[in-house]
Design a protein around this ligand. Structure first.
Ligand SMILES: [Zn+2]
Length: 193
């Protein structure tokens, strides 16, 4: 297919005030994609008090923090970490906006190494667990269309479309994640952009 004919998504991107994004990092949720809208659960998770990756009440959070009951304590973020998410709803791919694109991201920081992929790269999350299988063709194509649309808007090159696990490669540190899943072939994804 001719480069120019590859499908894009019709999307109103609020360019005014946006950061000048240089790349895109894809993630998966590593959780099942149900038949209904799962995106709201991701948003709720990131904007809640969490201890050891479970949502807790503010009261529990403060009490357990004081008593050192838990390892990882996270306060609610200002917004979901990703700029948007994709998933199947009744078998039909859908996109939802997340963190505003005028804010620094919270999806691909590598603690005490670099925050570059939060400040310079958009983050999208495809709901599902792609350690088990690749996204089905409709969702794969939808993610390609979404990516192309943002590449056009921000003049992003294919080389700067990466999977979360490749963030570690770029920084020259061992991979801490398989995200967006071992069955999501990023070389193939880039080749199809
Ligand atoms: Zn990730």
């Amino acid at each position: 297919m001719d480069e120019l004919q590859k499908p894009r998504m019709k999307l109103e991107i609020p360019m005014a005030g946006s950061r000048g994004w240089k790349g895109i990092v894809w993630h998966h949720s590593a959780s099942p994609d149900g038949n209904t809208r799962d995106w709201d659960g991701i948003v709720k998770y990131h904007t809640s008090y969490r201890i050891d990756f479970d949502i807790v009440s503010q009261g529990d959070f403060e009490r357990r923090l004081q008593n050192h009951q838990g390892k990882v304590f996270q306060k609610p973020w200002k917004a979901v970490g990703y700029n948007g998410g994709t998933e199947l709803i009744g078998g039909v791919p859908a996109f939802f906006w997340g963190r505003p694109i005028n804010m620094i991201g919270a999806h691909a920081g590598v603690e005490s190494v670099s925050n570059l992929f939060n400040t310079d790269y958009l983050g999208f999350c495809c709901i599902g667990n792609y350690d088990k299988e690749s996204p089905i063709p409709d969702l794969w194509d939808f993610n390609l269309q979404l990516t192309r649309t943002f590449m056009d808007a921000f003049h992003i090159t294919k080389e700067n479309v990466i999977g979360h696990r490749e963030v570690f490669d770029r920084l020259g540190v061992p991979r801490q994640k398989s995200c967006p899943g071992n069955c999501w072939n990023m070389d193939l994804f880039r080749a199809e952009l």
